[in-house]
Write a protein that binds this ligand. Structure first.
Ligand code: PHE
Length: 332
């Protein structure tokens, strides 16, 4: 018999062994005191010295291999038995009702973003997204924000390194879209923006929605009409609105809209204006042929006015009692 034959036989036999008792019988058969290997060793004395050395080398190797095969199978059987027994002692009453897991609700900020997107989609705006991690060019330079503007300082902007920051406004998307598209451009984008600020009306992260419309003959009247239409849709003429001249480096002329809240205070909710010819020129759009407007809305401000919330931080504390109040936003 050659060296491997016995190992092959053991392997074959062991594959049919299904429990530890039979495995032990097999072990005794091959490795026991009166087993196959012991018997082989006993016969060795009849051979010459050279052959004895040779044979004992082979038998020892066989013994080792058989031992390993048995150990491996033992582990397999133990795992099989564990898996089979796991559920044996548990009785399952399949008629019991399941546990009720109440459905969550859409976050009010998310709902409002969807609502605004739908409104603008209906009047032809395309919804797009942009990056929150941005470079200086798209967040500041291309928007004509001067090198020395205070918003660039570390007190206002979260810098990731010399050239990379968390965007401070969604206006970065204006630049990205104008760079790669020819007018007419009619887009709406929304998302998180970041500024160093924290009090009852500011959080370091908040949401903006930004619109951009570039075409031939777009006027300031178009901008005003669309914004009035939108605010009437959103608030249902509940609040007094005020247009106020303003300044942004990337729009000229610029305006801001305030809303007169229940506490008789004017609250700023958006900035807008005609996209500056300087920005268009820089990005490679012919400003003699095309013009347009842009606007940026603060979502939290809109939500606070609509739901009479006077501390912006409530949106981000994840207090279930607060969030539950917006259940109606979901399909319940
Ligand atoms: N990006 C401006 C802000 O964050 C808002 C704005 C957007 C103003 C578009 C004009 C045009 O305050």
């Amino acid at each position: 018999m050659v060296f491997n034959d016995i190992v092959i036989i053991v392997k074959k036999e062991i594959s049919k062994v299904k429990n530890l008792k039979d495995l032990n019988i097999l072990r005794v058969k091959y490795l026991g005191k009166k087993g196959y290997i012991t018997k082989k060793f006993m016969l060795i004395k009849n051979f010459s010295k050279k052959e004895r050395i040779n044979k004992s080398f082979i038998y020892n190797k066989q013994k080792e291999e058989i031992k390993n095969i048995i150990i491996k199978r033992k582990k397999e059987i133990e795992i099989e038995q564990y898996n089979n027994n796991k559920f044996l002692n548990q009785s399952i009453d399949v008629s019991l009702p399941g546990k009720y897991i109440p459905p969550g609700t859409e976050h009010p900020i998310t709902s409002i973003i969807y609502e605004i997107e739908k409104f603008f989609q209906n009047i032809g705006f395309k919804i797009i997204t942009g990056p929150e991690i941005e470079d200086v060019y798209h967040n500041f330079d291309a928007l004509n924000i001067s090198k020395y503007h205070p918003t660039r300082t570390e007190q206002d902007t979260f810098w990731l390194d010399k050239n990379v920051l968390l965007r401070t406004q969604t206006s970065n998307v204006q630049i990205r879209i104008m760079k790669h598209n020819k007018p007419p451009i009619k887009i709406l984008t929304s998302g998180k923006v970041y500024r160093h600020d924290y009090d009852s009306s500011h959080t370091p992260m908040f949401h903006q929605v930004e619109g951009l419309f570039i075409d031939k003959n777009v006027t300031f009247i178009d901008l005003k009409s669309i914004l009035i239409l939108f605010l009437n849709f959103f608030f249902g003429k509940k609040y007094k609105i005020r247009f106020r001249p303003s300044y942004f480096p990337f729009t000229e002329p610029s305006l801001e809209i305030d809303i007169f809240n229940n506490k008789k205070k004017w609250i700023e909710i958006l900035g807008a204006g005609i996209v500056s010819s300087y920005v268009l020129k820089n990005i490679g759009i012919n400003h003699n042929k095309y013009c347009g407007f842009a606007f940026g809305l603060g979502i939290e401000r809109l939500a606070m006015l609509r739901y009479n919330i006077d501390d912006i931080r409530l949106f981000y504390e994840n207090d279930i009692r607060f969030l539950k109040q917006f259940r109606f936003n979901k399909f319940l």
